[in-house]
Design a protein around this ligand. Structure first.
Ligand code: PLP
Length: 445
């Protein structure tokens, strides 16, 4: 039967998902899939978690929705308290929205509004990085730099953004350079770009703390973000961290930046916040900037109908409570180490695996045509697409993407399994991935 949905791709029919249990999803044909990437780093508690399901039911029974121009609500207030108490830094306010793009769009507009409220009206320019993804709407797409996804809309994107290099040791660190030296060199590109644009014009620097789907899970080199923070402070430039993928425990700490020893000015989270049980995102604003709005105009000039949605907030609060009460963050670190060992043992010497990297249960495997030269596959071979399809046929959901190497070429596989994954399930993931890689690459060779 023809679908009336304008799907992401319309050429090939999709299986229909039927149910989810733990780390597995099942389709209506009875096929079972190990969710090795939580979709796109979303399902951190797996599927069908009873405490989260119960919290949603209770909230819907009480009140599903009430518009935020009339009411606040208890789960939203408690979720905002929860986040502000745990984010590194002095954060007093959170905007609660419906997803990652909305959270990042809010980050950009709140940054601009806070500068205006502080009397710093010239600051309209955003500096971000190449090979980055911050969402699908036009505002955040201007800041992000995923060349392929940007191309059709280039003429519609904002001109007041510019981009520096990603922090990408596998391809950009020189052989005679230490990781720390490379981190400093990469960060100092920001200083040069701020000088070029004029420090008084720059609103913020925007970066994913651990780069996700566009670079292939690349943690920053040591010292990189400390130097970025120093440069931002020197010029009154805000530091906006996009932790839509990497935040909410994915890397083993609630906020990924805790491991880099820095405090952002604004940080956006989404996927793992509600773990897919409800659509939700959050933009946390440091008190220094939030207070400028609160004690200034007192009006947030960025609103949506579904802000602070009670059911979504109840789900997110339940997800975060489970993670904390079940002490899942140490488990993310331990399972992350196991996963890394299994993958390195199995794929570390694979002829087409160039690099295996990550933080916690957030792992990237970079695929190359030639290990020695790091030469990527040609884009028209569609290696990432082949791996995704083959893995899916083998009962594994992973999240391959392309164009990481230079914005045009490069393939990788992103893994982000649920925090509750067992060691046996990690072994199954590794087996299925290794088999799928071999099968996919054999169709290319
Ligand atoms: C780092 C990052 N930022 C923002 C987004 C956009 O989030 P959403 O797809 O929920 O709008 C994504 C989505 O993949 C992401 O990975």
């Amino acid at each position: 039967m023809t679908s009336h949905i304008l799907h992401r791709q319309t050429k090939k029919p999709l299986p229909t998902v039927d149910k989810g249990e733990g780390v597995y999803l099942f389709d209506t044909e009875g096929n079972r899939y190990l969710d090795g990437s939580g979709g796109a780093a979303v399902s951190c508690l797996g599927h069908g978690h009873p405490r989260v399901v119960q919290a949603i039911k209770e909230q819907v029974d009480r009140v599903a929705f009430a518009h935020t121009s009339f009411f606040t609500n208890k789960p939203a207030e408690e979720l905002a308290d929860f986040l502000c108490a745990r984010v590194p830094g002095d954060f007093g306010r959170v905007a609660l929205v419906a997803g990652g793009s909305e959270a990042m769009e809010a980050a950009l507009k709140i940054s601009r509004q806070a500068h205006i409220e502080r009397g710093d009206e010239k600051r309209t320019h955003f500096i971000a990085r190449r090979q980055s993804y911050h969402g699908a709407t036009l505002g955040v797409m201007s800041v992000g730099y995923h060349a392929q996804r940007r191309e059709p809309f280039r003429a519609m994107l904002s001109q007041n953004t510019s981009h520096i290099s990603p922090a990408y040791a596998y391809r950009h660190q020189e052989p005679d350079e230490s990781a720390e030296e490379y981190g400093l060199r990469a960060a100092r590109e920001l200083e040069d770009e701020i000088q070029r644009v004029g420090p008084q014009n720059v609103a913020a620097f925007v970066a994913e703390t651990v780069s996700g789907s566009s670079l292939g899970v690349v943690p920053p080199p040591p010292g990189y973000f400390r130097e970025i923070r120093r440069i931002c402070d020197e010029h009154g430039v805000m530091l906006i961290l996009d932790e839509v993928m990497s935040g909410m425990g994915r890397t083993g700490t609630l906020f990924a930046c805790e491991q880099d020893g820095i405090e952002p000015d604004i940080v956006a989270v989404a996927k793992g916040l509600g773990a897919g049980y409800q659509p939700i995102g959050a933009t946390l604003v440091a008190s220094k900037y939030a207070e400028a709005i609160v004690s200034g105009s007192g009006m947030l000039k960025h609103t949506h109908t579904y802000m602070a949605h009670p059911t979504a907030c109840a789900a997110a609060l339940a997800v975060q409570t489970v993670i904390e009460e079940d002490d899942l963050l140490p488990q993310v670190c331990a399972r992350g180490e196991t996963a890394m060992k299994l993958l390195r043992d199995r794929l570390g010497q694979h002829a087409h695996v160039g690099d295996i990297r990550g933080r916690g249960l957030f792992i990237g495997i970079e695929l190359v045509a030639d290990r020695e030269t790091k030469e990527p596959f040609e884009p028209d071979l569609n290696v990432a697409g082949r791996v995704k399809q083959t893995a899916f046929e083998n009962g594994l959901i992973c999240y391959p993407n392309a164009t990481n190497a230079d914005g045009v070429r490069g393939d990788h596989v992103l893994l982000a399994p649920p925090f509750i994954i067992s060691e046996d399930e990690l072994a199954e993931l590794t087996d299925k991935l290794a088999k799928s890689l071999d099968e996919a690459v054999s169709t290319v060779n």
